[in-house]
Design a protein around this ligand. Structure first.
Ligand code: FAQ
Length: 307
């Protein structure tokens, strides 16, 4: 069985839910996909903060649709964990009890409307760089979910960039808002790719199983190289004095990330961690009556079908 698993993975084919898989492979997938699903759901909060204060009906409609897309991504991903035997209720409990992680990026506050554009441009941009290779991940349901999710994330990134372009063509005050937002989100966006490779506990095994297709540092570099010309086109400055093109490497060099801040946020002690989890917990508790009603209805239907 193990030989067949190795053969499928090495041949770049997909492992499917009913196939034999090593326990560690199953656990790693549940961990990564659950964290990913939680990120999509918690990730609704920072942008939802601006829905009621969007500056026009058009911007409000776009933002509402984007936040709803993130909910959809969370649901596909929870469904993917269920194909591995995970229980969605259990994953939600772990999230609201702080026993499972979600992306560090969503623990930063959204302070002005430019943050909506910068989240689209940088955060969805980083998500795309990380997730396009996951369309080739070795587990079938995760790979297929990623294809649709990446299409939607690409649209999100374009809407963010378009919003920022519009603000940059506006007043000095609008341009200052955009620059302030870029200054706050640049470094946390780079942290989305995870710890440096030598500190990444899971990368080696996940690469061998072809769950991950690139290392954290490879993807971070790709994101920097992709984003620098976009920043130039927008007319904003990325807040890193060490950022410059290196002809020998064929890549941009960039400054060291504040890893102390990264581990603090991942450990639950970032600017908004408590607020994010408390909000999710309250939403879950307030929805208890819906779950109870749905379960009672399903039980009654099952009873009448049996008659
Ligand atoms: N934040 O050994 P590694 C989105 C944890 S995009 C928090 O390198 P791995 C779209 C890591 O889990 C964001 N924790 O781990 C959107 C591990 O913890 P554990 C979601 C982090 O898994 C846009 C430990 O540190 N995307 O939501 C972070 O091999 C706009 C050691 O790290 C995904 O989840 C972090 N930044 O690599 C939504 C993509 N980095 O469990 C709304 C799929 C690391 O061992 C609005 N995930 N950790 O205690 C992945 O590609 C990988 O899981 C990585 C981490 C690359 C994130």
């Amino acid at each position: 069985m193990e030989r067949e698993f190795d053969r499928v993975v090495d041949a770049e084919q997909r492992i499917e839910p009913r196939d034999w898989m090593p326990d560690g492979y199953r656990k790693t997938l549940i961990r990564q996909i659950a964290q990913h699903a939680h990120s999509e759901i918690i990730g609704m909060q920072p942008e939802a903060n601006w829905i009621s204060r969007a500056p026009s009906l058009r911007r409000k409609a776009i933002l509402l649709a984007k936040v709803q897309d993130e909910a959809g991504h969370g649901l596909y991903l929870y469904a993917a964990t269920e194909t591995l035997g995970a229980d969605r209720e259990d994953l939600t409990t772990k999230l609201i009890e702080g026993r499972q992680k979600y992306s560090s990026i969503f623990n930063y506050p959204t302070l002005n409307f430019a943050d909506v554009g910068v989240i689209g441009w940088l955060v969805d941009g980083a998500a795309i760089v990380n997730q396009v290779p996951l369309c080739r991940t070795s587990y079938g349901p995760y790979a297929r979910a990623m294809i649709r999710i990446c299409k939607e994330e690409s649209f999100h990134q374009r809407q963010g960039f378009e919003l920022l372009m519009t603000m940059m063509r506006g007043t000095d005050a609008q341009r200052r808002m955009v620059q302030d937002s870029v200054d706050r989100w640049w470094w946390p966006s780079l942290m989305m790719f995870g710890p440096p490779d030598e500190k990444s506990a899971n990368t080696e095994q996940s690469m061998a199983w072809r769950i991950k297709r690139h290392t954290n540092d490879e993807l971070r570099q790709k994101f920097v190289d992709m984003t620098v010309p976009q920043a130039r086109a927008l007319g904003v400055t990325l807040p890193d004095p060490d950022l410059r093109w290196n002809d020998d490497r064929g890549h941009h060099d960039f400054g060291e990330l504040d890893w102390e801040e990264f581990w603090q946020v991942v450990g639950g002690d970032g600017p908004c961690n408590r607020q994010r989890v408390a909000h999710r917990r309250a939403a879950h508790e307030n929805g208890a009556w819906v779950r109870d009603a749905a379960a009672a209805y399903a039980a009654r239907r099952a009873g009448s079908d049996a008659e």
